[in-house]
Design a protein around this ligand. Structure first.
Ligand code: G6P
Length: 489
């Protein structure tokens, strides 16, 4: 976790940067502290650990929105990184962020788990904000620099930036799933989005399936020639579309999990829960893609049927507040509140609830303590680009204990094959997995966990950044310059 920033962050000189990161969010959010003064806090999402070593090695700059509507913020340094804030107006937050990004693209890209809304004024706002990000990146990039654009909020930036700065190398990485053609085609602006992405030299996806969906759509909708993961444009450029499954700082999480303070806190959590035989855990942004409802139902049915007893088993569900002004997120919050209330009302005893529900966000230390306290981690999204919580849990189990129940529809299931894999739409299947993990013997648990730990150790976040940058060098060699960070211990 980065240190809190001084109240008045040092301003930095606008020198052209060799590496420019463009993401909707900066790694820190500008918030108002308890005394009414502005403060900087870690923003949602784990991109910073991935990008930090590359940024540091190249004296790069990170362009993004600091949350809120403050305008006129100057570039500043935070924890040794140069950050360059872009302001959004209240109308842009509504149209670009809450609207097109999170009520159109987010549900559309997640298998239409919720119904996407299509509004022309949201699209206009998306175009305007993407243009502002592209102009900003164009102004900050040195000649021949690399600009790395992130995620679904900024899919038009690659093309807009290329028009402004044909000399720069452009990479794009999509952190969420890229949907099959059958769903993507609903989007009235489908061609513009595809063309926007094709402005990049390299388009990265979490899984090969996403890359294949994209290439197929480009061939069918835009009419370009393609071969495997390559797209050939009429102007002679080649764009590569491949998978780069993202990871976490495995060593960093393990180190944290081994800290005495974390061990002590994990013990405290277990005691506070009344020392149950098994603790089940869910940690998610409060999002309808995460399958929170389904997993709580599966758990409560096992209690109702007498398979589990609240004296022996408790479900701790942490739901981090997210996108709270978007209608579907409000509805979800009410639904989960009601469900938890009903389950605890029906099955809880005095001092022993069936579900311990926390609507809050916690620092990394507390998360690590929860991961250490939990016997069974339940990750049950209906669709998820990767799901880093699953990897974080595995990284913290340095003694090869603990069980992971993981949805087949999370990108992480592609790598973590030894988890109990479930289909979150199949309630009986999910109940069977919960039951099995609850009764699993230590030998089975450690065999599974050891294999999963081996997998994540061989593909951590540094390896991810490295493989993307290497692929960039291959697609468009940067004249002998390399942005790869030196190996870290
Ligand atoms: C997902 C997205 C990120 C986003 C994060 C938090 O992980 O892929 O782009 O930043 O959620 O959501 P928020 O809307 O708060 O930025």
């Amino acid at each position: 976790m980065p240190e809190p920033c001084p109240r008045r962050p040092p301003r930095v000189v606008n020198v052209p940067a060799e590496l420019v990161i463009v993401a909707n969010r900066l790694p820190v959010d500008r918030v108002t502290g308890p005394d009414g003064e502005p403060e900087w806090r870690a923003s949602p999402g784990g991109l910073v650990t991935a990008i930090e070593p590359v940024l540091r090695a190249n004296n790069g700059v990170w362009i993004g929105w600091p949350g809120g509507t403050d305008s006129g913020l100057e570039p500043f340094e935070h924890d040794g990184l140069t950050l360059d804030p872009i302001a959004l107006s209240a109308e842009e937050i509504e149209g670009f962020y809450e609207g097109f990004s999170n009520a159109t693209l987010w549900p559309l890209y997640h298998d239409v788990v919720a119904k996407p809304e299509f509004h022309r004024e949201w699209w206009d706002s998306y175009v305007d904000v993407n243009r502002r990000f592209a102009e900003h990146a164009a102004a900050r990039a040195a000649k021949g620099a690399m600009v790395w654009v992130h995620d679904y909020q900024l899919q038009l930036v690659p093309q807009m930036l290329r028009e402004l700065r044909p000399d720069v190398h452009i990479g794009f990485f999509l952190h969420i799933p890229f949907p099959p053609a059958e769903l993507f085609q609903q989007l009235p602006w489908r061609r513009q989005i595809l063309e926007g992405l094709l402005g990049a030299d390299l388009v990265g996806f979490q899984l090969p399936g996403g890359a294949q969906n994209f290439v197929r759509l480009v061939r069918q909708r835009v009419g370009h020639k393609t071969h495997r993961d390559l797209v050939y444009l009429p102007d002679g450029r080649t764009v590569r579309a491949s998978a780069f499954p993202i990871s976490i700082d495995v060593k960093g999480f393990e180190k944290l999990a081994r800290q005495e303070s974390v061990t002590a806190r994990a013990k405290e959590i277990r005691e506070a829960l009344g020392g149950p035989r098994r603790i089940f855990l869910g940690i998610d942004r409060l999002d309808y893609t995460k399958g929170i409802h389904a997993r709580l139902r599966a758990f409560s049915e096992l209690i109702a049927e007498g398979e589990l007893d609240v004296e022996d088993a408790v479900f701790v569900q942490v739901a981090t507040p997210s996108r709270e002004r978007v209608e579907q997120y409000r509805v979800l919050r009410d639904d989960i509140d009601r469900l938890v209330g009903r389950i605890n009302g029906d099955h809880g005893r005095i001092g022993t609830p069936a579900i311990s529900y926390l609507h809050a966000s916690y620092p990394r230390e507390e998360m690590a303590a929860l991961y250490r306290a939990a016997d069974i981690m339940v990750v049950s999204p209906y669709r998820d680009g990767m799901n880093l919580v699953a990897k974080e849990y595995v990284a913290c189990q340095y003694d090869d204990g603990g069980a992971l129940i993981l949805s087949e529809f999370a990108g992480a299931a592609y790598e973590l094959r030894q988890a109990w894999l479930i289909n979150p739409y199949d309630l009986n299947g999910m109940k069977a997995a919960l039951r099995e993990a609850y009764h699993a013997d230590a030998k089975d648990l450690s065999r599974r966990m050891r294999a999963m730990r081996k997998t994540i150790k061989s593909a951590d976040i540094t390896a991810w950044a490295r493989s993307f940058l290497q692929a960039m060098d291959e697609v468009r060699p940067a004249h002998g310059k390399t942005l790869l960070p030196a190996d870290r211990d």
